[in-house]
Design a binder for this molecule. Sequence first.
Ligand SMILES: Cc1ncc(COP(=O)(O)O)c(C=O)c1O
Length: 444
Amino acid sequence: MPEPNHTPGRPAPPDPATLKQLQARHYLHSEHDFRVFRELGPVIIVRGEGSTVWDSEGRAYLDAQGGLCLVNIGYGRRELAEAAAEQMAELPYYHTYWRFSNRPAVELAARLAEIAPPGLETVYFTPGGAEAVEVAIKLARAYHRARGEVQRYKILAFENGYHGSTFGALSASGLAPHRDPFGPLVPGFVHVPPGDLDALAATLEREGPETVAALLAEPIPAVGGVTVPPEGYWPAVRELLDRHGILLIADEVLTGFGRCGGLWCLQDVFGVTPDLLATAKGLTSGYLPMGATLCHRRVVQALEEAGMPFLHGHTYGGHPVAARVALGAIDILLRERLPERAAILGERLMAAFRATGNPHFAEVRGKGLLIGIPLATDGRPWPQGSQFRVEAECFRRGVIIGVCPYTPVILLTPPLVLTEAEADRLVEVVDAAVRAVAPAVWGG
Ligand SMILES: Cc1ncc(COP(=O)(O)O)c(C=O)c1O
C-alpha cells in the first residue's frame, strides 16, 4: 500500500526512520525542550479520522487533546478539503487592507456576527489566536483614546492566564516560566488572581480604575489549570467593570466554538457579554490557520466617530481559503449540534472519572469537554513536571492527552465528536496510567 500522502507519479516520501532523522536535525519545535526531545524522541502524525490519529509507523492513537485543543469537529472532514480546493482554484488569496476584501471573508464576518454574543457585530480577522488577542488589546486602548481618555492604558489579566506567545499576548499571560526567559516585556499589564472578585476590586482601587482600559481573561483559564470560577463571578465582574467604564475582553481562543458546552463560554455558559472577543482554534477546527476578534458595535463606533483609523494589519488576515473552510467548519459544528453534545458528554465523562475512585485525582473539574484533573496523593499535590509522566504513559498506551505545563493537572480537550466508547477508553487508560506512574512519582 502506498503511504497515505503519496501522490501517484511523484517520488515516494521519505521512510519513517529518515523522516525522524530529518526532524531531529532540522526542526525547532514549539516549546522545544532539548532534553525531553532527546529522551522521548520525535513523533510524526500522518493521518486522522474522527478522534483518532496515526503516526508514521502506522500506530493509532485516541487524540484526547484534539490536536492542540481545537479539532472540535474531528479529523477527516472531506467536505472541508473540497471547499478549500475549490476556493484555491477560484481565488487563492486576496488581502483585506483598506477597502479591499474577498467573498469568503465577508461571508464569514456576517456569519460570525449572526452567531456572536449580542452586539458583537464587527469582525477583524487574524492568522491565529495570539494575534486576535493583540488586536483586542489595541482596540481596547484605541477605544478609550478615541473617547479622550488617554490615561486608560492598563490591561488587567489573570495570574494563571495564557494568551499566546507574541509579546503583547505574552505580557498579558500570567504564567511566569513562559514569560521570564524573554523580558523585558510590554509594560502596562497588571495580574490578578483568577475567580476572586475581592482581589479584582482591590487591584482596581490600588491602580486607580480611571487608568484601566480592560480586563482580558479566559472565561475558564485552561492551560493555567482549568480553574472554573465560582458561581456568580462573571456577572459580578461585568457589573464592577461597567461601574468604572472598563472594557471586558474575553479570550475565547480555546473555549469558543462549543468546547465548553455552549457556542461561547462567557455568553452561553456564564451568561455574560464581553465588549471584545478573541477567538481562533475551533473557528476552523484546525483545518487552516485563522483567528478573529469580534467587536461590540460601540467600540468600533467610538473609533469611527473620532475619525481614528485602525492602523494594524496582517498579510494573511481574512485569507479566503481559511475563511471558506471556517464557514464549512461552523456549518458542521452547528448542524451536528456539537456544543450540546460537548455539554452532555462532558458531564458523563467527568462522572466516569470520579467513579474510578482513583486516589490520585484531587478533583475532576471543567465545563463541557474542557476538563482538568489536578493530581494529588493524600492531599499532597504531585511535584511540578510529574504530569508529563502521565502524558508519556498514556501515549505508550495509545492515548494522547494534554497536561497543564506549569501545574500538575491533566488537561483533556478531545474532539466534540468523541464517541461514548472512546470516552470509556479514555477514562480507563488515564486511570490506569496515573495509578501506574504514582509510585515512581513519590520515589517508590
Ligand atoms: C486561551 C488562549 N489564548 C491564546 C492562545 C494563542 O493562540 P495561538 O497559538 O493560535 O497563537 C491560546 C493557545 O493555546 C490559548 O489557549
